[in-house]
Design a protein around this ligand. Structure first.
Ligand SMILES: O=C(O)C(=O)Cc1ccccc1
Length: 381
C-alpha cells in the first residue's frame, strides 16, 4: 500500500467512527427532544453552544484547530436543533396544533416590543397580535432578543426594513447571531411628525430627538434646518417621552401621532417623511422554528466563499427549483475580514420538495448555513 492509500484508509476509518458517533449523538438529541416535548420545555438553551465549544476546545491537543473545531460544533449543533424542530413540528401536527399566526387567546403569551408605549414596534405588535395585555418593552433591539433567549418573553416585535431607507441591518444580524427564528412579519404605514410641547414655534427649535430611522426617513425636511442639533435616542416614542419631560419649547421629537397623543404633546409639523408611501416591515421573533402549511415565505442565511462563480452556483439552485426570491441582502461576517453572509427571502414552504432540494444543495455547498424562519408573507403597503 502506498503512503497515500494508507492515509485514505485512515480517513475512511475515522469517518466510519464519526458516522457512528454522529448517529449516537442524534439518537440522544431525539431522546432529549422527546423529554422536552413531554415536559413542555423549550428546545433552545441559553449560552449552550458557546459552552460546548469552549469545553471542547480545552480537549484539543493542537489549539491551532480551535476555529475549525468551533465551526464543526456550531454546524453539528445547528443540525441537532433542526432535527429537534422537525420532531416538534411533527408532534404538533400529530396533536393538530396549528401555530404561527398566533392570533387567538394571546393573553397567555409573553410578548415584548422595542421602545416604550407609542413606538412603531408597539403599534406593529398590536396590529399582529391584537389586544395584548401586559406586553413588556425594551430600550434596545438587543434587549428584545436577550429577553426571548432567556425565556422572559415568548415573542418579540422589532422593525426589520423600511420602504425608503432599507434594511435595519442591526436587527438582521441579531436574528442570526442570537440563534432565534422569524415566526411572522407585519407591515405598518409610517407617518412621521415633528412633535413638541404646546406653543413650540419652528423658529425657536434648536434640538431634535428621534430613533436614527426617524432622522433617515425625514432627511429632506431636516435639510431645511441645518442649525438643529439631531440627537439620536432610543425609540421614536422614547424621544417624545423625553421631550415631554424636558418641557422646553426648543426641543422636539420625530415620531407618530399616536406617541404625541400618549405623552400629551402637540404636532408642530405633520407628515414630514421624505416619501408619502413610507412603511416599515416588522419581524415577530421567537426561540422556535414554528411553521404550518399556511406559511409561504422562507428566510435563510449562508456564507459565500471567495471563489469565482460562488454566488452564481448558490443562487442557481433557486432558479432551477422554480423558487422566487423576494429579497437578498449581504452583511459582513462576524468572524473573517471582508467575508460576507447572504440573507435570502423567498416564496415557499420548508415542507415543499423543491424547497428542500434547493436548501439541501445550498447548505451542502457553504461553510455556514442557517434557516431563519418559515412564516406567512405579509402584504406590502
Ligand atoms: O422607534 C420606534 O418607534 C421603532 O419602533 C423603530 C422605528 C422607527 C422609525 C420607523 C419605524 C420603526
Amino acid at each position: 500500500m502506498s503512503d497515500l492509500d494508507q492515509y485514505r484508509a485512515k480517513i475512511e476509518e475515522i469517518d466510519r467512527q464519526l458516522t457512528k458517533l454522529f448517529e449516537e449523538r442524534l439518537n440522544v438529541v431525539n431522546d432529549i427532544c422527546q423529554y422536552k416535548i413531554d415536559h413542555g420545555l423549550s428546545i433552545e438553551q441559553q449560552n449552550h453552544e458557546e459552552e460546548v465549544v469552549k469545553k471542547n476546545i480545552q480537549h484539543l491537543s493542537n489549539k491551532g484547530y480551535a476555529d475549525e473545531l468551533t465551526r464543526f460544533f456550531l454546524n453539528t449543533m445547528e443540525i441537532s436543533k433542526q432535527v429537534q424542530h422537525k420532531k416538534v413540528r411533527e408532534n404538533n401536527a400529530k396533536n393538530k396544533l396549528s401555530h404561527n399566526t398566533v392570533t387567538n387567546n394571546v393573553n397567555h403569551l409573553k410578548i415584548g416590543y422595542y421602545g416604550v408605549q407609542g413606538s412603531f414596534s408597539e403599534e406593529a405588535m398590536l396590529q399582529y397580535f391584537g389586544d395584548v395585555k401586559d406586553a413588556k418593552n425594551y430600550e434596545e433591539f438587543e434587549d428584545v432578543f436577550d429577553a426571548i433567549k432567556s425565556g422572559e418573553i415568548d415573542y418579540g416585535v422589532v422593525p426589520i426594513e423600511n420602504s425608503s431607507t432599507g434594511t435595519i441591518s442591526q436587527v438582521l444580524d441579531l436574528v442570526n447571531r442570537k440563534g432565534l427564528y422569524i415566526n411572522g412579519e407585519t407591515v405598518l404605514k409610517i407617518n412621521q411628525h415633528l412633535i413638541g410641547v404646546e406653543g413650540t414655534k419652528i423658529e425657536d427649535i434648536n434640538e431634535v430627538y428621534s430613533h436614527p430611522q426617524g432622522f433617515e426617513q425625514t432627511s429632506e425636511f431636516l435639510r431645511n434646518y441645518r442649525h438643529w442639533t439631531l440627537t439620536p435616542f432610543h425609540s421614536t416614542a422614547d424621544s417624545v417621552k423625553l421631550v415631554a419631560e424636558l418641557n422646553d419649547q426648543t426641543k422636539v421629537a420625530i415620531a407618530s401621532e399616536r406617541a404625541a397623543k400618549i405623552y400629551n404633546l402637540e404636532i408642530i409639523k405633520e407628515n414630514i417623511n421624505n416619501k408619502t408611501g413610507n412603511s416599515t416591515r416588522f419581524f415577530i421573533i421567537s426561540r422556535n422554528l414554528i411553521a404550518n402549511e399556511t406559511c409561504n415565505k422562507v428566510s435563510v442565511v449562508f456564507s459565500m466563499e471567495h471563489k469565482a462563480g460562488t454566488l452564481y452556483h448558490l443562487l442557481r439552485h433557486f432558479a432551477e427549483n422554480d423558487i422566487n426570491m423576494v429579497k437578498i441582502e449581504s452583511r459582513p461576517q462576524e468572524y473573517g475580514l471582508w467575508k460576507y453572509l447572504l440573507y435570502v427571502d423567498f416564496q415557499g414552504n420548508i415542507e415543499e420538495a423543491r424547497v428542500n432540494r434547493a436548501l439541501g444543495l445550498i447548505s451542502q455547498s457553504c461553510e455556514y448555513y442557517r434557516l431563519l424562519g418559515c412564516y406567512k408573507q405579509c402584504e406590502l403597503l
